[in-house]
Design a protein around this ligand. Structure first.
Ligand code: F6P
Length: 341
C-alpha cells in the first residue's frame, strides 16, 4: 500500500515518533511505501512531498518538532475541496492518508471522510482537549516543561517577595494550567472553564502573602474574569477562525498589583511549551498511535481516529472525535480549590 502522512496544526512533541512508528510498521510488516506531505495541508494543496523510507526515520522519536514541517493551512479555506484532495492523492498513487493533527486538522479529515477520501486520524495536541481520547501525546511534555519553568519563576518570586503570574497555553481547555498548577503548588489556578472574580483572586493572593508565602498564580490563556465577555485576545483569528489567545497574565498582574499593593510580575510561557524533547510517555504513546494508524489502514478502518482508552488504543469515528471538546470537569476544579490561597 502507498500511504501519505502529514502533520498539521501547531507543532507538538511526539510528531516525529508517530512518523517513525508508522513508517517502520508499514515497511516492515506490510511492505508499504510512504510519502510525507510538507507543512500539513499546504503540502497536499501544492503537491509538495518527500518519499519516506525507514532510513529517514531512524532514532526520530527523541526529536521535537516534525521532520515534515507543519502549518495551519486549511485546505477548504484555500480554494480546494474534497474532490481536489481526492485527485491529488490518486495522481500520486496514494491509497490513504494518515493525518496527525488537533481539532482543526481532524475536522478537515472528517470532512474528507464524508466525501470518500481514505483517511485515518492521529490525535495530537498539547491542549489535551479531544474528548474521544483519554490522552493526546504532547500534553505530558507540555505539562513537564511548564512545571519546570514555573518552578524556576517561583524561585525568583520568592527571592523578591513578588507575586508571580504565569500564563500557560491550552486554548479553551484548562488541562495544562490545572496539571502544572497542582504540580507547582500554585496558590491559584485559573482556567477557561470557570470564571472567577478579581476580588477572589486577590483574596487568594493576600492570604498567601499573609502566611509568609510568595503568591503564585497559574492562568490558562483562555481564562476570562467574570466581568469579561470572552477570553483576552488581541491578535486576531487563526485560519480556522479561532481567536489567537494570549496576554491575560499581563492584564491580571496589573490588576493584582493595583488592588493588593504586592509587587507582581507576569510571564507568558508561550511556545517553549511545545518545544524540544518529548517525555518518554509521549514518545511511547505517539509511536504506538503511528503503528496503530497503519494497522487501521490495512484493516480498512478508514474514517477513524486512533484513541487512547486506559492503556489500550481503539478506533473511534472521526466525526465523533471532533464533536465535543474535552474541557476540565467542574469536580476536577473543585478538587483543586482546597489547595488555593
Ligand atoms: O493548540 C495548541 C496551541 O499551542 C494552543 O495551546 C495555542 O492557543 C495555539 O496552539 C497557538 O497557536 P499558534 O501556533 O497558531 O500561535
Amino acid at each position: 500500500m502507498r500511504l501519505g502522512i502529514l502533520t498539521s496544526g501547531g507543532d507538538c512533541p511526539g510528531l516525529n515518533a508517530v512518523i517513525r512508528g508508522a513508517v517502520l510498521k508499514g515497511t516492515r510488516e506490510f511492505g508499504d511505501e510512504f510519502i510525507g506531505f510538507r507543512d500539513g495541508w499546504r503540502g497536499v494543496v501544492e503537491r509538495d512531498y518527500v518519499e519516506l523510507d525507514w532510513r529517514e526515520v531512524g532514532g526520530l522519536s527523541r526529536r521535537g518538532g516534525t521532520i515534515l514541517g507543519t502549518s495551519r493551512t486549511n485546505p477548504f479555506a484555500d480554494g480546494m475541496d474534497d474532490r481536489t484532495v481526492y485527485d491529488v492523492l490518486s495522481d500520486l498513487g496514494v491509497t490513504g492518508l494518515i493525518t496527525v493533527g488537533g481539532e482543526g486538522t481532524l475536522s478537515v479529515a472528517a470532512e474528507l471522510d464524508r466525501n470518500r477520501v481514505n483517511v485515518v486520524g492521529v490525535p495530537k495536541t498539547i491542549d489535551n482537549d479531544l474528548s474521544a481520547t483519554d490522552y493526546s501525546f504532547g500534553f505530558d511534555t507540555a505539562v513537564e516543561i511548564a512545571t519546570e519553568a514555573i518552578d524556576r519563576i517561583q524561585t525568583s518570586g520568592e527571592a523578591h517577595h513578588r507575586c508571580m503570574v504565569v500564563e500557560v497555553m491550552g486554548r479553551n481547555a484548562g488541562w495544562i494550567a490545572l496539571h502544572a498548577g497542582i504540580a507547582t503548588s500554585a496558590h491559584s489556578i485559573l482556567i477557561p472553564e470557570v470564571a472567577e472574580s478579581i476580588e477572589t483572586i486577590c483574596k487568594w493572593v493576600e492570604s498567601t502573602r499573609d502566611r509568609g508565602r510568595t503568591p503564585l498564580v497559574v492562568v490558562a490563556e483562555g481564562f476570562a474574569l467574570d466581568t469579561m465577555a470572552t477570553a483576552h485576545h488581541a491578535r486576531g483569528l487563526d485560519t480556522f477562525g479561532r481567536p489567537r489567545l494570549g496576554g491575560i497574565a499581563d492584564v491580571l498582574s496589573s490588576m493584582i498589583e493595583d488592588r493588593t499593593g504586592i509587587e507582581t510580575r507576569a510571564t507568558t510561557l508561550g511556545y517553549i511549551q511545545r518545544g524540544a524533547v518529548p517525555t518518554a510517555f509521549d514518545r511511547v504513546l505517539a509511536t504506538r498511535m503511528g503503528m496503530a494508524a497503519v494497522q487501521s489502514a490495512h484493516d480498512g478502518k478508514w474514517g477513524s481516529m486512533i484513541a487512547a482508552r486506559g492503556t489500550g488504543l481503539v478506533n473511534v469515528a472521526l466525526r465523533e472525535a471532533v464533536e465535543e471538546l474535552k474541557t476540565v470537569p467542574r469536580e476536577r476544579y473543585e478538587e483543586a480549590l482546597t489547595l488555593f490561597g
